[in-house]
Design a protein around this ligand. Sequence first.
Ligand SMILES: Nc1ncnc2c1ncn2[C@@H]1O[C@H](COP(=O)(O)OP(=O)(O)OP(=O)(O)O)[C@@H](O)[C@H]1O
Ligand SMILES: [Mg+2]
Length: 375
Amino acid sequence: MLRIRSLSKYYGARAAVNDVSLEVGQGELVTLLGPSGCGKSTTLRCLAGLEIPDSGEVWLQDRLLAAPARRVQVPPEQRRVGMVFQSYALWPHMSVLENVSYPLRSQKRPRQEVIKRARDALELVGLSGYEGSQPGNISGGQQQRVALARALASECSLLLFDEPLSNLDVHLREQMRSEIRDLQARLRITTIYVTHDQSEALAISDRVAIMQDGAIVQVGTPREVFERPATEFAATFLGKVNLLHAAATGKREADLREQFRLAGGGEVHVHTGGTGGPSAEGTAVRVGLRAELIRLSRNAPAAEKNVWKARVERAVFFGDGIDYMIAIPVGRLRVRTPPYDQFRVGEEVFASIAPEHCFIVGSTPQPARQEEVSR
Ligand SMILES: Nc1ncnc2c1ncn2[C@@H]1O[C@H](COP(=O)(O)OP(=O)(O)OP(=O)(O)O)[C@@H](O)[C@H]1O
Ligand SMILES: [Mg+2]
């Protein structure tokens, strides 16, 4: 198990990593997900020992790896941490076997053991038979497998991946991510995986940590962070979300559905699922409606809550589905439907969403605009 406590790393006056705390269980895979520059790689580099943090502590099982306040900074080669980068970082003049065995050889282990472990690792990643190949003569996916084998060969207790699949094409990326996941689960190696691809993060992780400006803003299972984002940033970073300004009415029904008054008029019912009482009347919030969870229909839906008359303003077909922009009385919504839900631009339709599929996030001061559509 890995424990990161209040880790910070500054470049000049700017915190690249700002008071990050995270616990990752034995065999768990946690993703760091966030936009470019939010501090994902710097966090990994602090864990690998490639950067010296300014404050905080890093523990792997019961070993303290880094703690500037205690002057502890275990060098990278003694951490038992394996790292796989976006650029495979293979040595072009060495064979596949030499690349995989290099870290073991530099640890001066017996030759027989080094060869056996390197071959075992290559077998794990499905590259038996490629021992003598040069990295330049194998595909990008195979090169990334070599990098993975190299990390696995040195008996690491922690695996770190920094956008390992970004250089691969879409199909290979999906195949490799399930291979990585299967292997990681089978070997039960504690893993931190960095990506800025939301679907990759949701698909591969036990838990996702969303990062913004060097800090972790939310940690949860893929479902938790998707269905109940903690902040506006988390909501808009993961998927396509409509955020509407609203105020609590203080009314709640027996099934934990709270009523909110929309800034543009009308009401929206949200299954807040919270314990304690409803939000105090007048509390400003933003109600999140995921584009994928809004339904469009020609006839009035059976549901009586959260139904709006709407007009289709734009429709974009993109194979997997259709992206609509619709106008409802309180503003505009982005809606994503399956590809067979076809409506014409200009058509009058009904838009609806179940209260269970709505969420609220705390509001920032109300700007002049009534609604915002993200991404
Ligand atoms: N060696 C460095 N010197 C100065 N600033 C740095 C250095 N490395 C990173 N930074 C800054 O620290 C911040 C975090 O960078 P980091 O590389 O950790 O981001 P990231 O989340 O990995 O981004 P990306 O998705 O683009 O890889 C950025 O503002 C970056 O410019
Ligand atoms: Mg990075």
